[in-house]
Design a protein around this ligand. Structure first.
Ligand SMILES: Nc1ncnc2c1ncn2[C@@H]1O[C@H](COP(=O)(O)OP(=O)(O)O)[C@@H](O)[C@H]1O
Ligand SMILES: [Mg+2]
Length: 680
């Protein structure tokens, strides 16, 4: 394969020269003519010179237009000598001719849809990201990054009263903004993958120019670009095309139908006239490295070394994606809570900002749901929420009630989340409901006289099982509790409800309360997001999202996040929960919140430290250890092997099922609507 038409020592060059103000060599026209002479004098053979043409300066400040010319030349001297000669000519010509060569910050993002040929440039210090076709999140993110840059510069430029990147940078030499180059290699492929992004891309290209953001797009055929996009791109180059009638479309009339087959030979559009060019090769090809890839890579590394020390400006931003796992511990440390003492829960990392995602339950709720399929992370999410709130707010500010008829919500090994200083009661049995309501009534009544008293957060996990078991037998409880919560929700009673997607259509009264704000966390799937009337990103439709990926939906507005996990170690979840309980206990030494009034029939426990000094009567939160035989769903009436089989058929991995108790099996089957049970 031959890359150059001449022996290796001879190279062809395409040089651009331009001047807009008089220099040591006279006015622009004379400067250019002199420059051509100097170039010839430097052992460079000029093959062809375009006619001189005028361009508007890139800076839109009042500045004379540039007189330019493009020179095709040939040189038989070593590249180093050549470079030095050209530099010398520039110096002699004075500043007027160096402006195009001044080093300026540059941030390149490459969308490599052309067989990863550009991935080789990854190490170039200017390159923020190289993204390939299957990296959907990063593709979306790079467009969003460009969008944000444009938005930001719009404001900045209008404040600075400039209308181009150049004029901004001239006025702010100490904090130059980089030009941004977005390269899309093989547009047809890009379009095939991301057809839905054509609209947004076109508006970005349209707006970007004035803000120093440029798009460089390659395609096999001009019509790979949609007409609208194509018309926005006026700087055009063509290499050899299979259909010569296309040249006209790209660069204008005048390209010979039999354009030379020499690789790299092509035409560039200058005004409306095509000018022939030969693409410069970065390196002369080698036997073992015909495309010079190894050399290009070495060059990138060298540049990186060189710039590494020299470049004092901001580095190009890489296009990061959400982490696959976020530790609750880290994100709590990282999060900055708002000054107002409303309860804010630290939930994870927000997709858009990559900053901690907070939920302001009072403002955004006051109630919310956490919905998803079995094993999607509902319980973990509720635990993370409890823990972050307990960590950041004292038991005087907020108390918690935990409800889970399968009792997993608070399950630790040596201690349990029911031992958190904030937890006044953990409820796993239908018989506790009336007592709970009584305690709630007394507690809420205090809002009447002390509106700033402690808030109440109620976490109910596995709501499917809860409502199914309790709502018929304790219909009055649901009615009364619904009325009570409704009455005091603005004062500070918050429901956080976990369950399957079906809980939003449960028929009990409490559901009407917690579903009203249309607010919640949908885990992982489009179904879950849809159930909350949110918008699932179309581009993620066929992607298997990682564990912990979720969407906060509020009145239809959807934002993605990676939920934090409280587990330091997934193999020892209970151990991690124990550690959290101890850590939070240590933050509030000797404290354990209690109901203002004890529930009837609850044993008094005088050994516990008084909480908040509110009451002489005490009650202890009912903890797991005290409970008798599990009262969770009557497992005996189901055939466990048959249910397991059904769960496997519905996509739950068999090795996961092996870890489930019989009750888990029943619960999951119920959540997935696989129980065809006769209702009593
Ligand atoms: N945010 C998260 N990050 C990483 N892993 C998670 C996350 N949430 C849940 N998991 C893992 O997913 C599994 C199921 O979580 P769980 O909360 O029990 O789901 P569900 O309550 O929906 O059945 C657990 O093994 C848990 O470790
Ligand atoms: Mg669960």
């Amino acid at each position: 394969m031959s890359h150059v038409g001449k022996p290796a020592t001879s190279r062809q060059l395409l040089l651009g020269i331009g001047a807009n103000v008089p220099g040591p060599w006279g006015p622009p026209r004379e400067s250019l003519t002199r420059a051509l002479r100097e170039i010839e004098g430097a052992q460079i053979t000029i093959v062809r010179v375009s006619s001189y043409y005028l361009t508007k300066p890139v800076a839109n400040t009042p500045q004379p237009r540039f007189l330019n010319a493009v020179v095709l030349a040939q040189a038989c001297i070593a590249p180093g000598v050549l470079l030095r000669s050209l530099k010398r000519i520039e110096r002699q010509a004075g500043r007027t001719m160096t402006r195009h060569l001044a080093s300026r910050p540059l941030d390149i993002d490459i969308l490599d849809f052309g067989g990863r040929a550009l991935t080789i440039l990854r190490d170039l210090p200017h390159v923020g990201a190289v993204i390939t076709s299957e990296e959907e999140e990063r593709v979306l993110r790079v467009l969003r990054k460009v969008n944000d840059i444009i938005d930001y510069r719009q404001v900045l430029f209008s404040e600075a009263k400039v209308n181009s990147l150049d004029s901004y940078n001239l006025a702010h030499p100490e904090k130059n903004l980089p030009a941004v180059l977005v390269v899309i290699d093989n547009f047809a492929e890009f379009k095939e993958y991301y057809d839905g992004l054509m609209g947004p891309l076109i508006s970005l290209v349209r707006e970007s120019r004035a803000y120093g953001v440029h798009f460089l797009i390659s395609a096999d055929l001009p019509n790979a670009l949609t007409g609208k996009l194509y018309n926005l791109i006026t700087e055009r180059y063509t290499l050899k095309l299979s259909d010569p009638s296309e040249y006209n479309e790209v660069v204008g009339r005048g390209v010979p139908a039999d354009l030379s087959p020499i690789p790299g030979r092509g035409y560039v559009r200058l005004g409306n006239t095509p000018l022939e060019f030969q693409t410069a090769l970065t390196f002369t090809p080698d036997e073992g490295d015909p495309d010079g890839l190894a050399k290009i890579n070495r060059m990138c590394m060298r540049m990186k070394d060189l710039w590494g020390d020299q470049w004092k400006g901001e580095k190009p931003s890489t296009v990061e994606t959400l982490p696959l796992r976020v530790s609750l511990e880290n994100v709590i440390q990282q999060a900055v809570l708002p000054e107002v003492r409303r309860i804010n829960a630290v939930m994870g990392i927000d997709d858009r900002s990559l900053e901690p995602a907070l939920i302001d339950i009072e403002r955004q709720g006051p109630h919310m749901v956490v919905i998803g399929q079995p094993f999607s992370g509902k319980t973990t999410t509720m635990r993370a929420m409890m823990l972050s709130v307990a960590y950041n707010y004292s038991p005087e500010e907020v108390i918690m009630v935990l409800v889970d008829f399968s009792r997993k919500l608070w399950k630790g090994s040596e201690t349990s989340l029911a031992d958190l200083p904030h937890v006044v009661q953990a409820i796993d049995d239908i018989e506790q409901l009336d007592g709970w309501y009584e305690s709630m009534r007394v507690e809420c009544a205090e809002f009447e006289t002390k509106p700033k008293r402690r808030k109440i957060m109620i976490f109910i996990d596995n709501y499917d099982a809860f409502t199914e078991e309790a709502s018929r037998k304790k219909m009055s409880f649901f009615e009364n509790m619904a009325a009570l919560v409704r009455k005091y929700q603005t004062e500070g009673v918050y429901l956080i409800i976990g369950g399957s997607l079906a809980i939003l259509s449960a028929s009990d009264d409490l559901r009407k309360v917690f579903a009203a704000p249309s607010f919640g966390i949908a885990l992982k799937t489009a179904d879950a997001v849809g159930r909350l009337n949110g918008r699932f990103p179309r581009s993620l439709a066929d992607v298997e999202l990682p564990q912990g990926r979720a969407f906060i939906v509020r009145s239809g507005v959807t934002s993605m996040l990676q939920l934090a996990t409280p587990y330091a170690n997934d193999d020892d979840v209970e151990g991690s929960l124990d550690a959290w309980t101890r850590k939070i206990q240590a933050r509030y030494p000797g404290k354990k919140a209690e109901w203002l009034a004890p529930a009837e029939g609850t044993p008094r426990d005088e050994s516990q430290a008084p909480a908040g000094g509110t009451s002489t009567s005490k009650t202890s939160a009912k903890v797991t250890a005290e409970s008798t035989a599990p009262k969770s769903p009557d497992v005996s009436k189901y055939s466990i092997p048959a249910l397991k089989q059904k769960l496997v058929e519905n996509g739950l991995p068999a090795d996961m099922l092996a870890l489930f108790s019989d009750a888990d099996i029943v619960e999951n089957a119920r959540a997935m609507g696989l129980l065809d049970e006769q209702k009593d």
